[in-house]
Structures are given as structure tokens and as C-alpha cells.
Design a protein around this ligand. Structure first.
Ligand code: SIN
Length: 447
């Protein structure tokens, strides 16, 4: 490989692959470096869907949605701490992202509802399979077809400005060091949800929590960006995901779509205690407030059929299955009489069209078709909402709010879009919307 390229992308999750494809389409010479042995990052683990509004899929399903509504609901869910310019660009460009993906064979023609949204907005493959791995595979196929070089096991360890105003990246590859100069550098290195050190520093309340993140999510991009004077923002905003199965050494996220398709949460007494589709922040806090700090997802066969990942969770022993609610309660060790009366009341309330006792307004579906399923869950670290300060063209900003020339960032390594609570499905959408922006403005800098 030449040690002089136009655009270097660090990180091969959805944001990095998207940025690389976009810059390549504009005609620039691009190379991608990924520190892990495999591509995909946390994107590969995204489960439920990709949020978008005003799409043809929504319209075909009679769902009237708008960028304005998407903005308002996300801003409210983020504690109004979201960067308005980023959020406004995001909400009005998700449909464009869905359309752009179609050229790579990406078809997200099924919809599900996630927490804090009033309309089904999370787009997923027709067979309801998890969106993340699907997207990573499609984008990577397109990258390979475009002959964009992707080097794995290649960790960037420092960034330096050269005398000709380029950026020099020093990489560790098999214990040797290499230097590559580029005119634009895109940081798409992900968040820091797997760094015990950074979690302890910025969100010590979660120091002892497990994480859903892949082990490479250690915040390397934050440290690299600071070598070129980037500003970091909102680093204390760390999200814990409410429904994570963690009884085994390997931790499994149980996608929010399970609740979005109709599952409820009960405590060990067999009682509901929260609107299951409230924000992740509120649902997690409600679980932690229970005596045991954990809870159970309860669902029936109808939900099971609407979420392909459930068969996988079951195949690896994360799910208890029973023909009756009584049998299920015994299997998961909770109060059977209470569970049965909880479900009877819940179903009656839906049948009578009366207000839900926890003010759940979406995806109220009777739990009445066996077999029934239970999954033991508790909150775990999931997403870091703070990160590198960017503008809506993905330019990295310094402490004075000035653009750091030639340095761009996209995806979880950035901060500001989500405020104090990321809405499920917004992260994978962000990787495409802002991955494209980073690719475009990396090229503009080269002109
Ligand atoms: C989930 O589906 O619950 C996880 C994906 C996300 O965080 O958006």
C-alpha cells in the first residue's frame, strides 16, 4: 500500500464502511483501517432496527410520520440535551439514508416500534432478522466490490499534523509501525462502553456493570482526536440498556423489538412495574429500583414469531418456554398467581381499550397465545452518548468551536446527537446519515 492516500477511515463498523463508500463514490482514493481482527464493530450487534421517517415502507403501511415529529420525540427522550443542529439534520435525512442503501441491495421493508416513539419507525429486513449484521454484510460486500482496501488488525496509535498540512497516522500492524499520510481522516472508531477505565472515569455509577459492547469499544478515537486538539463533550452520558441476559459469562442483549412487538416486563413477584416502551433510561432505572435489580420479559407465541432473534436466544438457552403461564412462572421462579392475574388484567385492559396502568401507549398486544416465554434480564452498559464534538457536516471542532482541518468523525465516537438518552434504532441510523456526511465533507476538504 502507498503511504499517501486521499482519505483514511479508522474503524470498519457501519459508520466507517459508509464513509468509505461515499468518499469512493465521489472519486477519492480511500483506505480503511480496523484495529480488530474482524470488521463490524458494535454495529454488527445492533438488533432491532434502523429508525427513519417519511419512508415508502411507512407509507405502504399507512403510517404518517414526519421529520418534525421524529425530532420532537428524540429531543424529549434525550432530556433536551441533544445538539439541535445535529438532530435536525439527522431527523430530516433518514429517508435519504434508506434510499441510498438500496443501491447496495439493502431492503428494510418491515417495521417495528421501539421505546419513546409514537410511530413504527424502526426499519428492519423483511424476515425480522437483526439489522446490524445485515447492514454490515451488505456494506462490506459493496466495499469489496469497489476495491476499497480494508486492513484489519491495524491499530492507529497516533495522529500528527505534517508540515504540508496533511494528517499522518501511525499504525501498529503485527508489532511493526507504519506511517500513512492523508489529506482527510475520518474517525469512525466507536464508543468506549467496553473500557473499564473510561467508564470508571466518566460514569463511575456503572463501574460494576457488564457491557453489551464488543471488546474493541475502548474509546481509542477520543484519545486520537485530542492529539489534533478536538473537543470532547458529554462524556458522562452513558446509556445502560434495560434488557440484557447476563446469567452466563457471555452477555446477550435482548433487542428492544421484543418489547416493541408486545412483550411486558414483570418483577420476581410477577407484577408489572413500568411502561415497557418508555425511554431506556426510565425502564433501566425502574428495573434497578426493584428489590432484586433484575426482571423478566414475558411474551407469547405472537411476539416470538415477529422477532427472528428469539429463536437464536432460545437455541443458546436464554429463554424459558412453557405451555401455560403457571408452568412458565414455576420455571422462571416467580409468583404464579400474581403472574396470571397480571396477564389477565393486562389483556382485559387492552380488550376494553382502557388506559394502561403504566401509561404505555404503543404496541399493547394481548398475551394470550401459547406457548409462553420468559427471559431473565437486567441492565448493562450499552452506549456512550458523549464523544467528539462535530458539526452537522461531521467536521471535528476544537475547544473554540473551530473546524480542525481535514479531521472528520461519525458514529458512536461522536457526541451530542442523543442527549442523555439514546433512542433505540437511532444509532444505526446515525452511522449511515453521518457516515455519508463524513465521506462527503472529507472529499470537499480535498478539493
Ligand atoms: C436494541 O435493539 O435493543 C439494540 C439496538 C440499539 O441500541 O439501537
Amino acid at each position: 500500500m502507498s503511504n499517501n492516500v486521499q482519505v483514511v477511515v479508522l474503524g470498519a463498523g457501519c459508520a466507517g464502511l459508509t464513509a468509505a463508500l461515499q468518499a469512493h463514490q465521489i472519486g477519492k482514493k480511500v483506505v480503511v483501517f480496523e484495529k480488530m481482527p474482524q470488521i463490524g464493530g458494535n454495529s454488527k450487534r445492533a438488533s432491532s432496527g434502523m429508525n427513519a421517517c417519511e419512508t415508502t415502507t411507512q407509507l405502504k403501511n399507512d403510517i404518517i410520520d414526519s421529520a418534525d415529529l421524529f425530532y420532537k420525540e428524540t429531543f424529549k427522550a434525550g432530556g433536551k440535551l441533544n445538539d439541535p443542529a445535529l438532530l435536525s439534520f439527522f431527523a430530516s435525512h433518514t429517508n435519504g439514508a434508506i434510499e441510498w442503501l438500496k443501491q447496495f441491495g439493502v431492503e428494510l421493508t418491515d417495521l417495528t416500534t421501539l421505546g419513546a416513539m409514537s410511530r413504527p419507525r424502526a426499519h428492519r429486513p423483511k424476515d425480522t432478522s437483526p439489522v446490524g449484521a445485515y447492514l454490515v454484510n451488505k456494506l462490506y460486500d459493496a466495499v469489496k466490490k469497489s476495491n476499497i482496501p480494508v486492513y484489519t488488525d491495524s491499530k492507529a496509535i497516533s495522529l500528527k499534523r505534517t508540515s504540508s498540512n496533511e494528517i499522518q497516522v501511525t499504525l501498529n500492524v503485527e508489532e511493526k509501525q507504519y506511517e500513512v499520510n492523508c489529506q482527510s481522516l475520518i474517525l469512525a472508531t466507536g464508543g468506549f462502553g467496553a473500557s473499564k477505565e473510561l467508564i470508571k472515569k466518566y460514569a463511575p455509577q456503572y463501574e460494576d456493570y457488564k457491557t453489551t459492547n464488543q471488546e474493541g469499544s475502548t474509546g481509542d478515537g477520543l484519545k486520537l482526536s485530542q492529539q489534533l486538539d478536538a473537543q470532547l463533550i458529554q462524556l458522562d452520558q452513558v446509556q445502560i440498556h434495560p434488557t440484557v441476559q447476563q446469567d452466563n459469562p457471555h452477555v446477550y442483549l435482548i433487542g428492544e423489538t421484543v418489547r416493541g412487538e408486545g412483550a411486558i416486563l414483570v418483577n420476581t413477584s410477577g407484577r408489572r412495574f413500568v411502561n415497557e416502551l418508555d425511554t431506556r433510561k426510565n425502564v433501566s432505572n425502574a428495573i434497578i429500583a426493584q428489590d432484586t435489580k433484575h426482571a423478566f420479559l414475558i411474551l407469547d407465541q405472537k411476539v416470538y414469531q415477529r422477532v427472528k432473534a428469539l429463536a437464536f436466544y432460545e437455541s443458546i438457552g436464554l429463554v424459558e418456554k412453557a405451555e401455560t403461564l403457571d408452568e412458565l412462572a414455576t420455571k422462571i421462579g416467580i409468583d404464579s398467581d400474581n403472574l396470571q392475574s397480571t396477564i389477565t388484567n393486562y389483556n382485559r385492559q387492552i380488550e376494553n381499550d382502557s388506559e394502561d396502568e403504566f401509561k404505555r401507549h404503543t404496541e399493547l398486544k394481548e398475551i394470550n397465545q401459547g406457548p409462553f416465554y420468559g427471559i431473565h434480564i437486567a441492565p448493562a452498559i450499552h452506549y456512550t452518548m458523549g464523544g467528539i464534538h462535530i458539526d452537522d457536516q461531521c467536521h471535528v471542532l476544537d475547544e473554540n468551536g473551530d473546524i480542525v482541518p481535514g479531521l472528520l468523525a461519525a458514529g458512536e465516537v461522536t457526541g451530542g446527537l442523543h442527549g442523555n438518552n439514546r433512542v433505540g434504532g437511532n444509532s444505526i441510523a446515525e452511522t449511515i446519515v453521518f457516515g455519508r456526511q463524513a465521506g462527503i465533507y472529507a472529499c470537499e476538504h480535498i478539493k
